[in-house]
Design a protein around this ligand. Sequence first.
Ligand code: CU
Length: 473
Amino acid sequence: MAALLSVPAAHADQQQHMAQKAAPAADAPAKKEKPKSHEEEKTDPTPGAHAPVVFTLRTGIAEGRMVYIGVGGDIDHKINPTLVVHEGETVQINLVNGEGAQHDVVVDQYAARSAIVNGKNASSTFSFVASKVGEFNYYCSIAGHRQAGMEGNIQVLPGNRAEMKSSGADITRDPADLPGPIGPRQAKTVRIDLETVEVKGQLDDNTTYTYWTFNGKVPGPFLRVRVGDTVELHLKNHKDSLMVHSVDFHGATGPGGAAAFTQTDPGDETVVTFKALIPGIYVYHCATPSVPTHITNGMYGLLLVEPEGGLPQVDREFYVMQGEVYTVKSFGTAGEQEMDYEKLINEKPEYFLFNGSVGSLTRSHPLYASVGETVRIYFGVGGPNFTSSFHVIGEIFDHVYSLGSVVSPPLIGVQTVSVPPGGATIVDFKLDRAGRYILVDHALSRLEHGLVGFLNVDGPKNDSIMHEGPAKQ
Ligand SMILES: [Cu+2]
């Protein structure tokens, strides 16, 4: 497990920082001839034509094959990683010999090759300008090595990087974004407003996708009522939507969980009223055909119906949901991505995500807490298709409200909890030791498809619980 601690590619900008560092300082004369306008100065410091995009590949053995293994940035720990660059960029490839045999890297289409690295830790560097758009092979030209597994792709995208970056909205729901406990009040009528919004959002650093959302984020807002409340739900469909949308509350009793009364045209609003009869943590989702399409695109959220008096108090609460995205192009491809209906129907996702995007809970919104605190995670699966084996690496759940039932007594002392699509759970645990804990679906191959989150815990290390080396005294 310890090896996993360094696996997630949390350092989005590392590669870019490297590129900036490597930028030659001798740019100054060129600037004199063509002074930067104010406009240009405001744009973010993406690598210019002279600043190379740097990739480091280490040779090694994985899965019984000879391979290249990415080092740092988005390609960290990836086997024969796809190197994504933009047209016109200078590409620098550092090759490090990881096991001792002779190797090199060759890209035929650019007539570019490294020197042969001979002996463990030997390295070489070469660069070329990616003047041709397309997908090309890189490989080791030592006899037999390419066949043994040493090849990967370099993808050269049209257009410049600055234009393709941040062209989508931030659709990630901050896991700390949820309302506080209701506590001891009488049941009453509660009005809830939801708006369905179709928005081009950031799926990954250089990748965008058209999401369909409740209130512009994935998952939709965390809704909180108490048992006995009457919910008056207003569903507005934004005027710019292309699709009809609706909402099915698993916490409601009645036709379609209210979907029968909320099929809403673009620009319209529907209203439905239901009674929260049974406490629990419940999924809600859009239920307009094709329903899996609406769900994969981001239309799901959680409704907590608190029992009378509420749940036991904790110090911090978090809101996390898991879903899959089915794109035509493979995981990690830059640029705007389209949904692949065949893959959706055949349950072959490219992305597995917490809160809607790659890096949502590592780069943009890691969870924070301190030693001594109790934390609670409301965890749901929008899906549409995959059951999650929800686990926090390095922790044990003190309490699990299995299958989202809050009236049954919680399970005590649980490692991993199975959460089906359209299901949810609540886990509580006390933090005894500082460190980084990692949220995963323990179907760990999904980690390579974007599914990982961090819980960073400040405070004393508390060696009596775990420390390196032999027992003390
Ligand atoms: Cu919808």
